[in-house]
Design a protein around this ligand. Sequence first.
Ligand code: SAM
Length: 216
Amino acid sequence: MIDFQEARIRMVREQLVARGIRDQSVLMAMQKVERHRFVSCENQSRAYDDMPLPIPSYQTISQPYIVALMTELLKLKPDDCVLEIGTGSGYQTAILAELSRLVYSIERNPVLAALAQDLLIDQLEYSNIQIQVGDGTIGWIEKSPFQAIIITAGAPAIPENLVDSLANYGNMVVPVGSHDYQELMVVSKRGDSYISKKICNCVFVPLIGKEGWPEE
Ligand code: SAM
């Protein structure tokens, strides 16, 4: 029998604190959200390992450290509205929901969107999450502007369309680069312009859509 609580304590200490994640609210959310609920039966024993894991439709649930880092970079406040592109398993969505007022999450794959909707809303009873199926690079105009935007798939360039949906002084975190290899970037909105900063190298599945990569 796996002690998941103990595995999470170890994950926070050895993978997050040891690598420099300092935001206490992020560490608390990572301690609270049960990652094993978001992975398949055969991956239960690896749920808190230092790695991404497969989820249906050949997609991945991100490595815990990357989830924590991207969340920390957003600098969320409890009253913020967040837009997430790429719901995937819904794990990152749950972390965001612990730290903000409302999370709008867009997933292009209807199977993943339905699974995440069932887990997050019906089973885990998050009342501050809305999931939509579609191309997230188009954004969610009716709900904009957002204080924070997180893109959990690799984009060929900073999606300008989504920068327009960012509130002034809001932050967007996005992996930008080639199909197979990216740099994690933070984009901070300043009036009609923005400042961008490279954080580290990373590897994400491709962002597919109007401001992403073409479907193969
Ligand atoms: N953060 C997720 C988690 O915790 O499980 C992992 C996300 S996975 C790395 C990337 C997701 O982005 C995939 O589920 C993929 O289908 C989705 N995706 C790719 N392009 C997209 C787009 N244009 N709009 C919405 N979702 C997209």
